[in-house]
Design a protein around this ligand. Structure first.
Ligand code: CAA
Length: 261
C-alpha cells in the first residue's frame, strides 16, 4: 500500500481507517494533505474489500483544527476560491463514497475539521472533542461547505449562531443539537467507531450502500422525485441475492449470511 506524507491508512478486517497525520499542526489541512486525501478516496472507492471507512485525527488533541492558516494567509481571491473548490470537491467525494464513513472525532474539529466531520455519514465524538466554525474570527467564511452542511444537520438558526459567533461547543452540546450521533470517553472512541462499523458490515452491503445513495441523492431533490428515486433503489434490492437470503433467514428463523451480491 502507498505511503502518504500526511495521512495514515490501515485496513482492519473490512474497515479502512484514515488518520489525518499532522499532529504538530493539530492535523490542519494543507494542500498536500487535501491532495493525498483526494487520491486515497479514489483508491478506497474502487476497493470492494473496504466495507466501511473510519476517519480520525492523529494525537490526543485534535481531529482537525481547520484548513492550514499559514498556507491561506497570503492567498489571493482567486487562490482562495480555488482552495475552496478543491476542499469542496474532496469532501463531496467523501460524502458520496460508496461505503459508509464514520468520523471518530478525537479532539478539536474546527473550521475545515468540522466540515470534514460533517461530510462523513456518522459522527462519533470523544467527550473531549470541540466543534466550531471559527472562520469569522479570521476574516473569512467557511470554505469547505460548512455554510451548507451545518444548517442541513442542525437547522438554520443554530448554524447561523455558530457561524456568526465563531464559538466552540463541546461534544455534549454537539450531541444535543444533532451535530454528532454519539459521545463516548476518549479511550473508547475507536472501539465505538469500530463497533458501529462492524454492525453496519453485518447488514446487507448493497442495501446499506443504496440507503446511503437514497439519502444523499434524495436530500437534494423535491420530495416527489426523492421518493420516486427510493422506489427505484427499493426495487433494485429485489434483484440481489442478499434480499432472498435476508428474507429466507427471517422466515427460517436463522441469522442471515449476506454475501454482498
Ligand atoms: N492551521 C495551521 N496551524 C494550526 C492550525 C491551523 N488551522 N491550528 C493549529 N495550528 C498549529 C498552531 O499554529 C501551533 O503551531 P506551533 O506549535 O508551530 O505554534 C500548533 O498547531 C498547536 O496549536 P496551538 O498552540 O494554537 O494549540 P492550543 O491548544 O493553544 O489551541 C486551538 C488549540 C484552539 C485549536 C488553536 O490552535 C486554534 O484556534 N487553531 C485554529 C482553529 C481555526 O481557526 N480553524 C479554522 C481555520 S479556517 C478554515 O478551516 C477555513 C475553511 O473552512 C476551509
Amino acid at each position: 500500500m502507498k505511503e502518504y506524507q500526511n495521512l495514515l491508512y490501515e485496513f482492519d478486517g473490512g474497515i479502512g481507517i484514515i488518520t489525518i497525520n499532522r499532529p504538530k499542526a493539530l492535523n490542519a489541512l494543507n494542500g498536500a494533505t487535501m491532495r493525498e486525501l483526494n487520491e486515497l478516496l479514489d483508491v478506497i472507492a474502487q476497493d470492494p474489500s473496504v466495507k466501511v471507512v473510519i476517519i480520525t485525527g492523529s494525537g490526543e488533541k485534535a481531529f482537525v483544527a481547520g484548513a492550514d492558516i499559514t498556507e491561506m494567509q497570503s492567498m489571493s481571491a482567486i487562490e482562495g476560491r480555488n482552495w475552496g473548490k478543491l476542499g469542496q470537491a474532496v469532501f463531496d467525494k467523501l460524502e458520496n463514497l460508496p461505503q459508509p464513513v464514520i468520523a471518530a472525532v478525537n479532539g478539536f474539529a474546527l473550521g475545515g475539521g468540522c466540515e470534514l466531520a460533517m461530510a462523513c455519514d456518522i459522527r462519533i465524538a470523544s467527550d473531549k472533542a470541540k466543534f466550531g466554525q471559527p472562520e469569522v474570527t479570521l476574516g473569512i467564511t467557511p470554505g469547505f461547505a460548512g455554510t451548507q452542511r451545518l444548517p442541513r444537520l442542525v437547522g438554520k438558526g443554530r448554524a447561523k449562531e455558530l457561524l456568526f459567533t465563531g464559538d466552540m461547543i463541546d461534544a455534549a452540546e454537539a450531541y444535543r443539537i444533532g451535530l454528532v450521533n454519539k459521545v463516548v470517553p476518549p479511550e473508547e472512541l475507536m472501539a465505538a467507531a469500530k463497533a458501529m462499523a462492524q454492525k453496519i458490515m453485518s447488514r446487507a452491503p448493497m442495501a446499506v450502500q443504496l440507503c446511503k445513495a437514497a439519502v444523499n441523492e434524495g436530500m437534494d431533490m423535491d420530495l416527489q422525485s426523492a421518493v420516486a428515486y427510493e422506489a427505484e433503489v427499493f426495487g433494485l434490492c429485489f434483484a440481489t441475492a442478499d434480499q432472498k437470503e435476508g428474507m429466507a433467514a427471517f422466515v427460517e428463523k436463522r441469522k442471515a449470511n449476506f454475501t454482498g451480491k
